[in-house]
Design a protein around this ligand. Structure first.
Ligand code: ADP
Ligand code: ZN
Length: 618
């Protein structure tokens, strides 16, 4: 009997995967988490964006006897997921502040009657009287915490409201299974999540951080705006996000692209709620498929067909970069993440870190700790922009994984480098640091060896330093590169305090013969040192044998349906499903069910329309 039941369940999860979601196989990590949850254990899934975390709690939710509550930080995310579930034929609802109180009470009533198997709820709601009352009168099988890193003070998006989750659980008569999911977790955050959420011997599944459909690049253009315009021009049929560090640059970049006639919109904290909502919708519905935004935009944006994410400025740390860039290619299709770096970005971020001092909620000790940590993170981010090593590897190593040192799919792996001797430059820089008794930061040291004649150099009397002007003939960008190389490899150390001072390390005097990889083309490029500027732009969209005309026709049909139903196009079908249709060319509903991402409900709803277009165009 027991075994029979287990066999049933094993069948169940495949049936659900196929019937509701239209997929034939589980992806890495999914089955393990689902099985563990189904045997009554807590679970913690750490999987990159697009890996398919939702399935890990949605499928158990459909198999468990009671209701599953999904705690999610953002309204837009909930709305999206609930819509997608309903499209797939699953009864789901959300409770958050976007509902009027009449709507909320009505939904609560329906929930009490058992109408919904899955309920998304904002953490702020959990402790409200009427929600507790509801929770006590239904059978809650599981609580799933999405974006679980929000419970950790060490994470980059700590949300105090997430701390209500435990209090809520404590007030229930029976403790449900708790499952938690996140895409970003360093070791410290991971341990924090387990302890703060009181996960009980959870099954931890970490599938690795690599997003192999993403192409990473770093550029150093002298004219960022021109770089962006050029990219958008070459990719004008695609949807993308351009992140800027300030509202002002959002406005500028957006205006420029608008003038060029591109369908672009914008998002930042300075806009009214209404406008933000409108712009976000325009983007999600592909009315304006290009979004220029500050980092206020994006958490909880589930748009799966974002083909590129450009960072107009360097973000504050690798976590943020990985998360923001990771909004590209959620559907698993090839996408590009480009970072436009300028040394100015470092100073801007330093300024942001310093302005954290005004935070009155934290005691001074914690504040100092956080500021020091932020500086360290910024340093590592800056190294990313200056490294000549594989970019993917760099990111993976940051999260504690090891790559292959060569991914073949980042701008560094595709750049031809040559090895150059930097012994003399390195010794001179170290010598200058030592001779000035380790009192100054990078700029002063570089200016000194380069022989600059500016106020700071004169004020600190560095023009009398024995190393003054010794590297006059070496361009500044090369000096910066070598400086970064020395710090990256432990020959010099930059302090984490406000002044960011260069210090010697145990290795500083070990420089006898030192070489560094530099991009070949840079030797001949102009003074601006535009990194990788001559690199061939990689052809991303590999349409292979796909009938492009058919694909466009299916896309148009999807858009038409989306407009009619007021639904984002990607919720109807992903680009991946459309491509699969172009490959499989289904001619009847049975064949249509075989397309990846087509479950029973969507087949019934849309099958005929799509088949008609395929019959016509194929
Ligand atoms: P995450 O929450 O981890 O970022 P999602 O749950 O949004 O990822 O899933 C990303 C995409 O992958 C979605 O389009 C989803 O339908 C798809 N997906 C999930 N599981 C599978 C699977 N087993 N086979 C194929 N596609 C899947
Ligand atoms: Zn690489």
């Amino acid at each position: 009997m027991q075994i029979d039941k287990m066999m049933d369940r094993i069948e169940d999860k495949y049936v659900i995967l196929d019937q509701y979601f239209g997929y034939a196989q589980f992806r890495e990590g999914q089955e393990e988490l689902i099985d563990s949850i189904m045997s009554g254990n807590d679970a913690f899934g750490i999987m990159p964006t697009g890996a398919g975390k939702s399935m890990c709690f949605q499928i158990p939710a459909l198999m468990l006897p009671g209701v599953t509550l999904v705690i999610s930080p953002l309204i837009s995310l909930m709305k999206d997921q609930v819509r997608a579930l309903n499209e797939a034929g699953v009864h789901a609802a959300f409770f958050n502040s976007s509902l009027s109180s009449v709507q909320y009470l009505k939904a609560l009533e329906l929930a009490k009657q058992g109408k919904y198997k899955i309920i998304y709820v904002a953490p702020e709601r959990l402790l409200l009287d009427n929600f507790i009352e509801f929770a006590k009168c239904v059978d809650i099988s599981m609580i799933s915490v999405d974006e679980a890193h929000c419970v950790s003070q060490w994470g980059q998006d700590f949300r105090p409201s997430y701390l209500k989750i435990m209090e809520f659980v404590d007030r229930l008569d029976n403790r449900p299974i708790i499952s938690a999911f996140t895409a970003t977790a360093t070791k410290a955050v991971m341990e924090d999540v387990i302890s703060v959420l009181h996960l009980n011997h959870p099954k931890v599944v970490a599938t690795g951080f690599d997003r192999n459909n993403l192409f990473y690049s770093v550029k150093n253009p002298s004219d960022k705006m021109a770089e962006v315009e050029n990219y958008v021009k070459e990719n004008s049929d695609k949807s993308g996000i351009i992140y800027c560090a300030t509202r002002k640059s959002v406005e500028e970049v957006c205006l420029n692209l608008q003038r060029d006639g591109y369908p672009v919109t914008r998002y930042h904290a300075g806009l009214s709620d209404n406008e933000r909502r409108q712009n976000q919708d325009d983007f999600i519905y592909d009315v304006k498929p290009i979004m220029v935004a500050t980092n206020a935009f994006g958490m909880g944006i589930d748009k799966s067909n974002v083909r590129y994410v450009i960072h107009y400025n360097m973000p504050k740390d690798i976590e943020s970069y990985y998360q923001e860039a990771g909004r590209a290619g959620r559907d698993g299709e090839e996408s590009e993440c480009m970072l436009l770096y300028a040394p100015k970005d470092v100073r801007l971020n330093e300024f942001f870190i310093e302005s954290n001092r005004d935070n009155e909620e934290l005691d001074s000790e914690t504040l100092e700790l956080i500021i020091a940590r932020d500086r360290e993170r910024l340093k590592i981010m800056t190294f990313y922009c200056n490294t000549n090593e594989c970019l993917r590897d760099y990111i993976l190593r940051y999260f504690g994984e090891y790559g292959s040192n060569f991914c073949g799919k980042c701008s560094n792996c595709l750049t031809e480098f040559e090895t150059t001797d930097i012994t003399d430059i390195a010794q001179t820089i170290v010598g200058c640091v030592e001779a000035s008794r380790q009192r100054y930061g990078m700029t002063v040291v570089i200016d000194t060896v380069h022989g600059a004649n500016n106020i700071k150099v004169r004020q600190y009397k560095m023009d009398q330093n024995e190393y003054y002007g010794k590297l006059e003939h070496i361009p500044i960008f090369r000096l910066r590169q070598v400086m970064n190389f020395l710090m990256l490899n432990g020959y010099l150390f930059l302090t984490n305090d406000e002044y960011a001072i260069l210090r010697l390390t145990g290795k500083s005097h070990e420089i006898h013969e030192l070489t560094m990889k530099v991009a070949k083309e840079r030797e001949t490029s102009s003074k601006s040192g535009s990194k990788n500027s001559t690199k061939k732009s990689k052809k991303l969209e590999d349409m292979g044998d796909i009938n492009f005309e058919l694909f466009e026709a299916l896309r148009a049909l999807r858009m038409e349906i989306a407009r009619e139903e007021h639904m984002p196009p990607y919720i109807i079908f992903s680009d991946k499903s459309l491509k699969d249709m172009c490959i499989k060319l289904p001619m009847n509903t049975e064949e249509f069910l075989g397309v990846s991402g087509v479950g029973q409900n969507k087949c019934d709803k849309y099958g005929e329309k799509f088949i008609k277009v395929i019959q016509l165009k194929a």
